[in-house]
Design a protein around this ligand. Structure first.
Ligand code: COI
Length: 399
């Protein structure tokens, strides 16, 4: 039986409905989740994805979705990929597709109690030159997850298992891959300590999962240049910490800075190094580049910076175009005196920065057609969407 057929039979962890943790709580509290008085806050109910009981994995076209206005909101899709292993097994062997829905976790799971978890982000594009889909450098995400798993004391899927799982998830959700030029299917691989543990130690069981959602631009500004705020009090990472791996625990601690900045009209926050408070590291959701004359610089990945797949690709493409690119310390003075600044990431792509505010002063940068970021954006997205020849072998076909 193929993986898709087995997914149609059952939900993971032997569940028969989308109730998951909340469903279990309702049963415990004697609430029916329907007309009766619920002891649970009403917004909890709406967090449950609406499962479509019909198998649509062979269909094209994602329902009523407005492809022209895709942002980065969550559109639940049809299937997710799930693979589990115990600590004794020491590695993953076989996974399967399951209907997308809530999952059950022990209240004492390693991920819930101690944040033992990693995530990844990558995109699948509808191919321009024929049927099928394209992934961009999925092996790089697999390797980054393996590296992070070492840091977080978790087993991780092999590169082959990771890429296979991503391909399966794309094919099972292919009706959600946006039309050419309208966006991409965002894949979110997760690796979590799902086993129960009370004392601080690695969890006894691990779950690797991938879900998918169609997305357009990340920032509400769309394709327009963004405004950033330099944060001086809250730090994203510290030497010896986990800033250089994609652990889930890097993200909630920056929400406060991000939300405060958003309330003032900034798209995101730029963090400084926590030792000198002088060197720029990255934004909450992406890496950073500065351009001055013919020279490009980006903060070196020495443990506190996330080694972005888009970051690495952009460094290579800029060098191919004749630019000198330095990976080094980038001081706040380098930043405010730059001609051009841009951000890179899977979710944000290549996003130009129009202003940066530091200690109450707003600094402006070049944006528009005649910029390096625009040129690199076009080169990168042309490769990703199959509009330009992939001379680097970065794309992986999914058919
Ligand atoms: C990505 O770019 O894929 C990320 O994981 C960043 C996240 C904050 C959306």
């Amino acid at each position: 039986m193929d993986v898709l057929s087995s997914a149609k039979r059952a939900l993971p962890w032997g569940r028969t409905s989308a109730g998951g943790v909340i469903g279990g709580l309702r049963a415990l509290l004697g609430t029916d989740g329907g007309g009766g008085r619920s002891l649970l806050p009403s917004r909890w109910k709406s967090s449950q994805p609406q499962l479509d009981p019909v198998d649509r994995s062979d269909e094209e076209g994602g329902g009523d979705i407005d492809w022209d206005n895709l942002g980065f909101g969550l559109t639940p899709t049809d299937y997710m990929y799930v693979m589990r292993c115990t600590q004794e097994e020491g590695g993953f062997s076989r996974g399967e597709l399951a209907r997308y829905g809530n999952i059950e976790l022990s209240p004492s799971s390693g991920v819930l109690n101690y944040g033992q978890g990693l995530f990844e982000g990558l995109k699948a594009y509808r191919r321009a030159d024929g049927p099928g889909y394209t992934l961009f450098r999925p092996e790089e995400n697999a390797r980054r997850m393996q590296h992070g798993a070492g840091r977080m004391c978790m087993p991780s899927p092999s590169v082959e298992q990771f890429v296979h799982a991503v391909k399966q998830t794309v094919l099972a959700n292919k009706r959600w891959v946006p039309p050419q030029g309208k966006g991409a299917l965002y894949l979110r691989p997760l690796l979590i300590g799902s086993g129960a543990i009370l004392g601080l130690a690695p969890a006894p069981e691990y779950t690797f999962m991938i879900y998918a959602a169609p997305v357009g631009t990340y920032f509400k500004e769309g394709m327009a240049a963004i405004n950033l705020l330099v944060e001086e009090e809250i730090h994203r990472a510290m030497p010896g910490g986990t800033g250089g791996v994609k652990t889930i625990s890097n993200y909630a601690p920056v929400l406060k800075a991000q939300m405060d900045a958003r309330s003032k009209g900034f798209a995101d926050v730029l963090y400084l190094d926590s030792v000198h408070k002088r060197y720029v590291e990255e934004a909450s959701s992406c890496n950073l580049f500065v351009v001055k004359g013919g020279a490009v610089a980006t903060p070196a990945t020495a443990g506190t910076i996330l080694p972005g797949v888009t970051r690495r690709s952009i460094i290579e493409l800029a060098r191919d175009s004749g630019y000198q690119v330095e990976e080094r310390l980038v001081s706040i003075d380098d930043l405010i005196s730059a001609d051009e600044v841009f951000c890179t990431g899977t979710a944000v792509g290549v996003t130009p920065v129009s202003t940066i505010t530091y200690q109450g002063t707003r600094y402006e940068f070049r944006t528009g057609e005649d910029t390096l970021s625009k040129k690199l954006y076009t080169t990168l997205t042309s490769i990703q969407m199959g509009l330009a020849e992939d001379k680097k072998g970065w794309t992986v076909a999914v058919d």
